[in-house]
Design a protein around this ligand. Sequence first.
Ligand code: GDP
Length: 298
Amino acid sequence: MFATLSDRLADTFKNLRGKGRLSEADIDATAREIRIALLEADVALPVVKEFVGAVKERARSEEVSGALNPAQQIIKIVHDELVTILGGETRRLRYAKSGPTVIMLAGLQGAGKTTLAAKLALWLKDQDKTPLLVAADLQRPNAVQQLQVNGERVGVPVFAPEPGNGTGNPVDVARASIEEARRRLHDVVIIDTAGRLGVDETLMQQAADIRDAVQPDEVLFVVDAMIGQDAVTTAQAFLDGVGYDGVVLTKLDGDARGGAALSIRSITGKPVMFASSGEKMTDFDLFHPDRMASRILD
Ligand code: GDP
């Protein structure tokens, strides 16, 4: 994960080893290399600029603390700034005060939504929740069945339109699922919505209609990290079209660069809440900015 960036940064810091103090030229050269490393990682340009600016300013102005040599000091600054662009604090799920907590998933087809829905359900189950999965993706053939298969894998029931009624209205299905959750005492409802290959108006409208009908406690935008900073464009389109509270990054295991993870928070202002990093149902957890920063600098 993010191997290219890790290697690049490690090389940059190597050049600073053994230096007694950092000259202005050292700081400039380091900043330049960090900039290249971030651009190669496919981080969005405004984020790169902000990041490098912050590192430079702190490197110039901060007193070198007694315990750290200059190289370590720079590493600490880069670590802190990585934590900042990754979102700072871990953002946890907000549960409804009463009634079931409703989580709605939105994103492009292929982003990994259906897989993610089941992973999230398993994760919640492990925390003694009693989730209900809802198949409101009635667009893609097999989406309902795929969710049912995944639901079975993690032992979580799936609410879906009756067979033969597969072309039903996803808004009705979503609405009915909340009633079902109340009746059967599910405390979390996870609604999988339809995705398209590209952003389109019908898709946005449908997601917005479901949102209006069920008033979710959390809308999560699911995005494939492997698409790099293209994720930012899609994220912005969904922010304008549907709106969401947090982001889920999927396929982090296949992302050698990190551009999506490092750009999305700064550009959208929305926190990355979860990360999905593999084909196994357990390859999923809360997204911890500090741990991610440490991994990058490991
Ligand atoms: P959806 O169209 O958004 O519902 O996407 P799917 O859940 O069907 O996922 C699309 C493909 O990505 C499937 O082949 C999944 O197995 C795969 N996938 C989903 N999440 C991950 C992940 O975290 N890592 C990897 N390597 N593959 C994933």
